[in-house]
Write a protein that binds this ligand. Structure first.
Ligand code: NCD
Length: 329
């Protein structure tokens, strides 16, 4: 009960009201997201790719930072749920005329919006917005600084569960720039909460956050050792926009030591899957032979992301499938 009271994402009955970070959510709710996503996974292959679940709801995409996959799949997810979607182009909004973030939000609330999907370069931005929105408005974090990217982590969990089943049997390696990655942070919380047998991070010391072991992961500096016998290998981009100073000798040297090549992948299990949140940088953290190879599920992650975003949107708006008879088929 005390967790429920403290966790700003849950309402008084323990249901998801906002989706801001994986931290603080239990296995039951994460599993509910995955199960709900499963029920939406077929919508994209129907002749009419739509269900009427969020008909009449207004969803606002507020992206203060660049995005391709995340923004478009949130938009598609909303449309497949029959909601109305607004995409606010921050560069051409009144923010450039000096309007404060909160004034902008209050104006969007005055238009009777129901949900804000927020991406921002400042860690904590989505929590800040969730604290200030009107009681009828929900907030989903689509990535804040280096802090969290919970829907990305859940689409990764969904992809893993579909390929590998039980997390309790799995060894998962996350490779590369862990330090600047909100994706890695959210993945680590999701994987450990879902009971993954072993979560590894593989990176040079300069690209690891301090005390990362306290998150329940095993640290490896050698790629071959880190990948040995893994079922899932996750690559990450070098997030240079968040790096201060030179943390790396050169991209060539990084690729030499930490690049996901066929040679490196041979240390993982032969049936290991290779994942990446995108955007991928070929020849920097991943070789084309691996990115386009038979073990890669990188594009499938994008497709499954739509179902996961549909799940989270329907849950925060209190309309899980089945809420209205006959609506989901
Ligand atoms: C990631 C992000 O923006 O955090 N991409 C994504 O959302 N698919 C990872 C990255 O930018 O490298």
């Amino acid at each position: 009960m005390s967790l429920r009271r403290q966790n700003p994402q849950l309402d008084s009955e323990g249901r998801l009201r906002h989706f801001l970070s994986i931290e603080g959510l239990g296995r039951t709710i994460l599993t509910e997201i995955l199960d709900t996503a499963e029920s939406f996974a077929g919508v994209g292959s129907q002749q009419v790719k739509k269900v009427p679940l969020l008909r009449g709801k207004t969803i606002v995409n507020l992206f203060f930072e660049a995005s391709t996959r995340t923004r478009t799949t949130f938009e598609l997810a909303a449309k497949r749920l029959s909601a109305d979607v607004l995409n606010i182009n921050i560069a051409s909004s009144a923010a450039v005329k000096g309007e404060s973030l909160l004034d902008m939000l209050h104006n969007l609330e005055a238009m009777q919006s129901d949900l804000f999907v927020v991406r921002h370069s400042e860690s904590g931005a989505a929590h800040f917005i969730a604290r200030h929105v009107a009681p009828h408005v929900s907030v989903i974090n689509a990535g804040d600084g280096r802090h969290a990217h919970p829907t990305q982590a859940m689409l990764d969990m969904f992809t893993i569960r579909r390929h590998k089943g039980d997390f309790g049997q799995l060894r998962v390696a996350i490779v590369g720039d862990i330090m600047h990655s909100r994706v890695a942070r959210s993945q680590i919380h999701a994987l450990t909460t879902l009971g993954t047998a072993e979560v590894r991070v593989v990176a040079p010391a300069t690209l690891l956050p301090t005390a990362v072991e306290q998150l329940g992961v095993h640290v490896f500096h050698d790629l071959a050792e880190g990948l040995r016998d893994c079922d899932v290998v996750i690559g990450l981009r070098l997030q240079r926009e968040r790096m201060e100073g030179a943390l790396l000798p050169s991209e060539e040297e990084f690729f030499e030591r930490y690049g996901l090549t066929e040679r490196a992948l041979a240390h993982a299990r032969p049936d290991a899957i290779v994942m990446h949140p995108g955007p991928i940088n070929r020849g920097v953290e991943i070789d084309s032979a691996v990115a386009d190879g038979p073990q890669a599920v990188i594009l499938e992650q994008v497709t499954l992301g739509i179902a996961v975003r549909m799940a989270v949107m329907s849950m925060v708006l209190g309309r899980p499938p089945g809420a209205e008879q006959g609506e989901t088929t």
